[in-house]
Design a protein around this ligand. Sequence first.
Ligand code: UDP
Length: 368
Amino acid sequence: KRILFVFGTRPEAIKLAPVIKALQNDAFFDVKVCLTAQHREMLDQVLDFFKIEAWYDLDLMRKNQDLFDLTARILTALKQPLAEFKPDLVCVHGDTTTTMAASLAAFYAGCKVAHIEAGLRTFNKQSPFPEELNRQITGRIADFHFAPTATASANLKAEGIAGEHIFVTGNTVIDALQLTVNKVAALQPNFARGIPFQNKKIILITGHRRENFGDGMQRVCEALRDLALARPDVHLVYPVHLNPNVKNTVFDILGNVRNCSLIDPLQYPDFVWLMNRSYLIVTDSGGVQEEAPALGKPVLVTRDTTERPEAVDAGTVSLIGTNPEKLRQGILTLLDDKQHYETMSKAHNPYGDGKASQRIVQVLKDNL
Ligand code: UDP
C-alpha cells in the first residue's frame, strides 16, 4: 500500500519520525514523504537527526506569509505529488495549516486520510488559533483517527465519529523521546558552554503561540525578567523561536539580563538534553507539555486553555496563563516548596509507553 506523509513543521517531524521509520521497515508499505516546509529551518534539523529523506519538497515558506496565502499555496501545490504517487493513504499530524490543507487536498484527490494525534480539543476556536479549527476540520475529513489518549477518543466520539474509526495508541512523541533520550546522555552540546548547569537551578523557557504574540508574550517576558533579577540562584535558558513576533519581544525584554541565556532553537537531541537538566519548564508548547511529564519535569503553561488536560489532571502540568504575578508565584513556589516540587515531578506520564507507532502500523496493516 502506498502511503504519503505530508507535513511542514518541527513538531510534526518529531512526532511523525517514529511512525515513518516503523512503516518503512515493513515491506507491506511503500512510504514517501512530502514536505510543505511551512517552517523551513527548524524542520530540516529534525529530518537530519532522524535521517528522513523527502521525496517531494514543496519549499513553501515565504517571508511574512499569512494564513490565507499559505493555505492556498499548500492546497494547490499538493495536486502534483498526489497525482504522481496516487497514495492509498495520506498521513497527517496534529493541527498545523499543513495538516488541514493536506487533508483537504487528499480528500479532493480521493485518498483516504489518517490523522495522527487526533481528537485534541479546547473547544474554543480562538485558542489556540488557528490550531483548534485546523484539527477540527482534519477530524471531519479523516478516515483513521489515531487518538493519543482516551480523552481525545471521547472528544471525537462526542463529535459523532464512529468508534470503529478511532484507535487509541498513546502519543508518538513518547516514541520519539525514547528513540532520542539514550543518545543524549553522553552529549556535551556546544550551546551549554558558559551556562551554569552545575550550581544554578535551570528554568527552561519556550514560547511561540500566535495567541500570545504582543501583550501576552510581553507580560511573560517581564515576569521572567523580574524573577531573574530577584533570584540569582536561578538561570533562565530560552531557545528563542525564529518568528520575528517572538524574537523581537524576547530580546527587547530579556536581552540584557545576566542570568538569562537567549539561544537559537536547539536540535531535538540538544533540547531533550536541556529538558533533562532543567529544574522546571515554562512553555506554551504542546509537545513540551507531553514530553516533560515523561522526564519528570514540572511545567507551567503560559496559556489559559490546553487541549492536553491529561498531565494537568495527573499533576505535572499547571495552567498559568500570562498574568505576570501568577507566573512569578508559580515559579517561586516550585523553587521554594520542596514538597510541591516533588508532587509535580513525580506525577505519572499519561501520554503513552513509546509503542504508539507499532500500534499505528498494525492498524493500517489490518485495515488498509
Ligand atoms: N523542540 C526542539 N528544539 C527547541 C524547542 C523545542 O527540538 O529549541 C522540540 C520539543 O522537544 C517538542 C517540539 O519541538 O518535541 C515542540 O515544538 P513546538 O513547541 O514548536 O510546537 P508545538 O508542540 O507547540 O506544536
